[in-house]
Design a protein around this ligand. Structure first.
Ligand code: PLP
Length: 231
């Protein structure tokens, strides 16, 4: 068995274990294999092992890999420049990183041109880190109000990237905060908003994220090993 297959198998087992410990159904948890910097051969190996969803953080990489990777659902999980929306609007299943009105408007416009409704998540910078993108917690409700008129966008949930902590217990509080915002938005009855996905948790902290309600975890290193950025 190659290491990718082994890692995925181990990961799925870990997800099962946590779920049975806390009484959640493991089927609820979508595993998104994060493939940034990973070449198409290794991505295809993961897909042959049963991975159905992959996440990329750069438009450029999606464009390069799109035609050489087997059929799979693509997720845009990284910061998205407004002028690049047009390249991925017909390729990705879900955009996790909507964090400003201008971006939401551009996605809406391009989706309309393609006669489709684009599913998106709203990215929240729960820990308020300067280096990270995402709305501040206090801006989230206002943002939802403002995107109400955009008929070609459907908000399916929230996403966050927690700070890196040596001890993942230290980020539990941020996952709790995002879950609270998630539940509160559900009660507001916004149009075209279907609070279904809570995208949080990466290699270092996915277990804590699942305990706190994540149903999409984005794992890269835990599947493909450490990334090599200088290829
Ligand atoms: C790289 C990345 C991940 C995966 O990180 P790992 O620590 O390698 O699991 C998850 N989410 C986003 C937005 C990323 O950019």
């Amino acid at each position: 068995m190659c290491y990718i297959e082994k890692n995925i198998k181990d990961l799925r087992e870990e997800i099962h274990e946590i779920c049975s410990k806390i009484g959640r159904n493991p089927e609820e948890i979508q595993l998104i294999a994060v493939t940034k910097t990973v070449d198409h051969e290794r991505i295809n190996e993961a897909i042959h092992t049963g991975v159905e969803d992959i996440g990329e953080n750069k438009v450029q990489e999606i464009m390069e890999k799109y035609n050489v990777v087997s059929s799979v659902n693509w997720h845009m999980i990284g910061h998205l420049q407004t002028n690049k929306v047009k390249y991925i609007i017909d390729k990705v299943k879900l955009i996790h990183s909507v964090d400003r009105i201008s971006l939401a408007e551009e996605i809406n416009k391009r989706a309309k041109q393609h006669n489709k409704i684009m599913d998106v998540l709203v990215q929240v910078n729960v820990a308020n880190e300067e280096t990270k993108f995402g709305l501040a917690n206090s801006e989230v409700f206002d943002f939802f109000e403002k995107i109400q008129p955009l008929e070609h966008i459907r908000v399916k949930g929230l996403m966050t990237i927690a700070p890196y902590e040596e001890n993942p217990e230290d980020v539990r509080k941020y996952f709790k905060m995002l879950k609270e915002i998630f539940e509160e938005i559900k009660t507001k009855g916004f149009q075209r908003v279907e609070m279904r996905y809570l995208s949080m948790g990466m290699t270092n902290d996915f277990k804590i994220a699942i305990e706190e309600g994540a149903n999409m975890v984005r794992v890269g290193t835990g599947i493909f090993g450490r990334r090599n950025y200088n290829k």
